[in-house]
Design a binder for this molecule. Structure first.
Ligand code: PBG
Length: 341
């Protein structure tokens, strides 16, 4: 009997399945797929994080991030021009600080002539039409690699906020368009907003790293910055097991005056991006962090995945999850690829 049924089903005379709905119809051709496509990635969705290093005409590869280099200010300038040409609206800068300049308190963060400030001034002057984002946190400057001040092994909150306020003012004075606190101290957005306003920087925006998790995916970034972290960041960055808490963090940062919020890392936290998007009507960004980039690059280099397709798929996933834009090390590569069509 089984054989009989199989023969009838497979016969060329068998009637088509009585399906009213065939979702595949809309996928039958490239034009039809384009017609029904729900989300689109454009160069305007991209923010490019750049790594800086002292010196001139210097490009130093980051070992754990194939394709990414630390750039001296003159080289960063050139890349900023390239980004502007490609229609990338904003870039972020992160410094590799000379180990000799690092100390317990991260003093170099408050040097108005530090690497970040010099880069911001130079880029602002030469490429005025690109947005410049600076990170506020002490980890590139501390000998212990933490984002804040330490008392023994405790990260001090309020004392750190005071330093972050000063760091923000210095960056704003150098010409930063967007201040991005990535430190996860409580109350820093309010303190920074108030100080910016009092100093006359009414138009300087704040992009809050609102829901930032204590993640293993930051590993290659710490390599890029030369950070040797003592211990972990579990007392200030969020527990990867939580998502309701992310909504609380976002609500607080918005209440404190954040203009836009960020979820970080990206792909492992798409559910958090979606919850934020559904709960708050504010510009919401995702950070495809160093470890996410490194995983795709490593698998691609081994021939295990198609790197370019994985890159594009990972980025459209952020749009699908509801992000308005993505910080990604792929930004120029993607923008070039989008331009080619
Ligand atoms: C530091 C900071 C980190 C990243 C951005 N800002 C690392 C950390 O918190 O330890 C990670 C970015 C990446 O991994 O690409 N405040």
């Amino acid at each position: 009997a089984i054989r009989e049924v199989v023969r009838e089903t497979l016969s060329p005379e068998a009637p088509p399945l009585a399906l009213r709905n065939r979702p595949r119809r809309n996928r039958k051709s490239a034009w039809s797929r384009a017609l029904v496509r729900e989300n689109e990635l454009t160069a305007g969705d991209l923010i490019w994080p750049l790594f800086l290093i002292d010196g001139e005409r210097r490009r130093v590869p980051v070992q754990a991030m194939p394709g990414v280099e630390r750039l001296s200010v003159d080289e960063a300038l050139r890349e900023a021009e390239r980004a502007a040409r490609l229609g990338i609206p904003a870039i972020g800068v992160f410094p590799y600080t000379d180990p000799a300049l690092r100390d317990e308190r991260g003093s170099e963060a408050l040097n108005a002539k530090n690497l970040v400030c010099r880069a911001v001034r130079a880029i602002k002057e030469a490429v005025p039409n690109i947005g410049l984002i600076t990170d506020v946190a002490l980890d590139p400057y501390t000998s212990h690699g933490h984002d804040g001040l330490l008392d023994g092994d405790r990260i001090l909150n309020d004392e750190t906020v005071a330093v972050l306020v000063e760091q923000s003012l210095i960056q704003a004075a150098a010409g930063a368009d967007i201040i991005a606190p990535s430190d996860m101290m409580d109350g820093r957005v309010a303190a920074i907003r108030e100080a910016l306003d009092r100093a006359g920087f009414l138009d300087v925006q704040i992009m809050a790293y609102a829901a930032k998790y204590a993640s293993a995916f930051y590993g290659p970034f710490r390599d890029a910055l030369g950070t040797k972290l003592k211990g972990d960041k579990l007392t200030y960055q969020m527990d990867p097991a939580n998502s309701a808490e992310a909504l609380r963090e976002v609500a607080l940062d918005l209440d404190e005056g954040a203009d836009m919020v960020m979820v970080k890392p990206g792909l492992p936290y798409l559910d958090v991006i979606r919850r934020v998007r559904d709960n708050f009507d504010v510009p919401t960004f995702a950070y495809q962090v160093s470890g996410e980039y490194a995983m795709i690059q490593a698998a691609a280099q081994n021939g295990w995945i198609d790197g370019e397709r994985a890159m594009m798929e990972s980025l459209i996933a952020f749009k699908r999850a509801g992000a308005d834009g993505v910080l990604t090390y792929y930004a120029p590569v993607v923008a070039e690829r989008l331009r080619r069509g």
